[in-house]
Design a protein around this ligand. Sequence first.
Ligand SMILES: Nc1c(NC[C@H](O)[C@H](O)[C@H](O)CO)[nH]c(=O)[nH]c1=O
Ligand SMILES: CC(=O)[C@@H](O)COP(=O)(O)O
Length: 156
Amino acid sequence: MTNIFEGNLVGTGLKVGIVVGRFNEFITGKLLDGALDALKRHGVNESEVDIAWVPGAFELPLIAQKMAFSKKYDAVITLGTVIRGATPHFDYVCNEAAKGINATALASGIPVIFGVLTTDSIEQAIERAGTKAGNKGWDSATAAIEMANLCRTIEQ
Ligand SMILES: Nc1c(NC[C@H](O)[C@H](O)[C@H](O)CO)[nH]c(=O)[nH]c1=O
Ligand SMILES: CC(=O)[C@@H](O)COP(=O)(O)O
């Protein structure tokens, strides 16, 4: 009999940390709203959710790392919005955020979810923050619940 491991979407009893970038807050605030709505609707108690604000996406990995290594959380969600400008700065911010967030997950063994929009335009960001292309914050929250439960299952 083949064993299949997959995480369910029951959030009851989970503790979740959220790190959100303040840069482009008119978008990241909507991502946070979506994430909090998804966590609540999947049973995560709002008293079990901690939110940390950082200046921008480049700072997400450090605080995600502190949360993950604190061992207080079943999952950490990072939320940010990086919108391409006129210089290569976009590439550096996106690459370092992604690398740092992934490295934190692998080093800590705690799911650290990449909920960072990396778009070429404000319109693309708006579409992914609760309009025609959904809400990346919601998606990140459900991924966090699934991964937290998957980890619990495998580690039993
Ligand atoms: N341009 C964007 C930034 N830039 C700021 C960096 O994230 C960082 O806070 C700064 O370089 C100081 O270390 N951040 C975003 O989140 N989104 C952007 O579009
Ligand atoms: C993604 C960014 O850092 C960007 O907003 C900066 O804009 P610019 O490249 O025009 O300085």
